[in-house]
Design a binder for this molecule. Structure first.
Ligand code: ZN
Length: 202
């Protein structure tokens, strides 16, 4: 369903020459966990270069790749890191927080009744007036028209079908979904660490 859009976004890799982050203020570092996978895919884990350099001096990260830009000080010339990896593995919590963003991410930012990606709202699958709770298992992403149409009814009563039963996702499942939403800007040195190609094959 998203393949064309993904291909189009993935095609926006830019070379260093036309790199908009050549402005020193915005050379962000892609942050990898100690297993060399991104700490987060979506939003992509990025640190300002100042934070990255601080972490290097605290010996908390390894530099994997750099920008061509350097920072200068009386005691130091240093290339700005573009990819860094934590030395100590950060274990993600198994279950992510129940937030609006994470519900949308679980549902791939699409209405669970019709697939539309616009005007998204949250639907109580079992309506509140029938005792439906605000939980992972009872909240589904729905576009405004579907939400209206369904009204205070269960999907069955409304004759509407969910693409998937809402579940409480694991961290791993959300990461997998996050891979489907590459950011508009990707520095060329980030490519090897993001594995978009695997996702594009699906
Ligand atoms: Zn819809």
């Amino acid at each position: 369903m998203f393949k064309a859009e993904l291909l189009e976004r993935a095609a926006r890799f830019r070379s260093t020459e036309e790199d908009p982050t050549r402005n020193l203020q915005s050379c962000p570092s892609l942050v990898l966990n100690a297993d060399y996978t991104p700490l987060s895919y979506y939003p992509l884990s990025l640190w300002p270069w100042q934070t990255a350099i601080k972490a290097i001096f605290l010996d908390r990260v390894d530099v994997i790749a750099t920008y061509d830009r350097e920072v200068h000080s009386p005691s130091l010339d240093m290339k700005i890191p573009s990819v860094i990896a934590l030395k100590q593995y950060v274990k993600p919590s198994e279950f992510p927080a129940f937030t609006r963003f994470n519900v949308f991410l679980r549902d791939r930012f699409s209405c669970q009744f019709c697939g539309d990606m616009h005007n998204l709202t949250f639907d109580h699958v079992v309506p509140r007036r029938l005792g439906g709770k605000t939980t992972w298992e009872n909240i589904a992403t729905a576009c405004a028209p579907c939400n209206m149409k369904k009204g205070g009814r269960t999907p069955k009563q409304a004759g509407m079908h969910l693409y998937a039963e809402p579940i409480r996702p694991t961290h791993w499942q959300l990461q997998q979904h996050g891979k489907m939403f590459p950011p508009n800007y990707l520095h060329e040195t980030w490519r090897d660490w993001l594995y978009w190609d695997i996702e594009l094959e699906e």
